[in-house]
Design a protein around this ligand. Structure first.
Ligand code: UDP
Ligand code: MG
Length: 313
């Protein structure tokens, strides 16, 4: 009998929680027939919801005090923090992370379980196949993001991987031992290594509620990921700076030689202004990159908690 902890981050998901519990508990029951194999533990994390999400969790906890637990944040800290808080509370031999909106099909659990138990994988992740109803622009942006981050960073980040994954205790403990405040979990999961495989599945529509992501947030999230897992942009700043320095030396020599041979020229104001703007722009651009990293360092050195728990059971 293996204990399996299910970590479920929830932000304004009052409608989805009962549906989620019903669907997943059916799958668990099917895994336990004919022979009992898994014992579930649900860890719901209320990420500072403003609707009745917490009440739904409390109701479930009252009905199943042994198997359903919840942790509720003092405000919205974001999914990464919710995941960290959930993982921290798990006690199972195996741990699964799942979205509450049923976009991560629970029917995959038995297959993932078999891969960990029989084939010796430490982590089974999931990859979403082509997303129906997704705009061309969004698909293009997301594939570009994976191309850029994999080109720039040392860890490989599986394109279109979801957060839905099943992990062993050892794997989870390793992930939790990374103390960083800026948690880009897609990167952290790859960084720790271990034997990992991916299952592909068709994308599912949301069971209820609406998504919390818009294009601007996704873009900000992508930049975060790149900054957290690569220092290539910093090196880019050095290269761009060096290149413009070299070019200006060449230009200087040209000007001096021309002044000595042909004589000085007053013409050329527009080009001068353009060059000044260009160099100024490059400087600001590089300063901006530097600033991104400094702000990350600033946040890390404050040693603030990743989340604050208001109540838990
Ligand atoms: N979520 C969260 N905190 C947030 C935003 C989202 O815990 O600040 C949870 C949300 O309740 C859901 C999961 O993260 O269980 C995925 O969110 P969503 O479905 O909005 O993302 P998508 O599936 O569209 O990528
Ligand atoms: Mg979703």
């Amino acid at each position: 009998m293996k204990k399996i902890s299910l970590v479920v981050p929830c932000y304004n998901e009052e409608e989805s929680i009962p549906l989620f519990y019903q669907t997943v508990s059916k799958v668990i029951t099917s895994m336990n027939t004919p022979t009992p194999t898994v014992e579930p533990e649900y860890i719901f994390v209320d990420d500072g919801s403003s609707d009745h999400t917490l009440d739904e969790m409390k109701q479930l906890h009252q009905r199943y005090p042994e198997t359903v637990h919840y942790r509720s944040f003092s405000r919205n800290f974001g999914k990464e923090s919710a995941l960290a808080a959930g993982l921290q509370a798990t006690t199972g031999d195996l741990v699964a992370v799942m979205d509450v909106d049923l976009q991560d099909p629970p029917e995959l659990l038995p297959k993932m379980f078999a891969l960990v138990e029989n084939d010796g994988y430490d982590c089974v992740g999931t990859v979403q196949k082509e997303r129906r109803g997704q705009s061309k622009l969004r698909a293009f942006l997301s594939s570009s993001f994976y191309r850029v981050i994999n080109w720039l960073s040392d860890v490989h980040i599986e394109p279109n991987a979801r957060d839905y994954r099943l992990m062993t205790r050892q794997y989870v403990d390793t992930v939790l031992s990374l103390p960083e405040f800026n948690r880009f979990s897609k990167g952290i999961f790859s960084w720790v290594g271990f034997k990992t495989t991916y299952l592909a599945y068709e994308s599912q529509p949301r069971a209820a509620g609406t998504t919390h992501w818009n294009l601007r947030q996704l873009f900000a999230y992508s930049i975060e990921g790149i900054i957290d897992f690569s220092d290539a942009p910093l090196r880019l700043a050095t290269w761009v700076g060096s290149l413009s320095f070299l070019l200006s030396i060449v230009g200087l020599i040209f000007v001096i030689v021309r002044a000595l041979t042909v004589g000085g020229a007053v013409a050329g104001w527009p080009s001068l202004v353009v060059i000044m703007l260009l160099v100024g722009g490059i400087q600001l651009f590089c300063l901006g990159i530097l600033g991104q990293y400094i702000s990350k360092i600033y946040l890390e050195t404050k040693h603030r908690p990743k989340y604050i728990i208001r109540e838990e059971q």
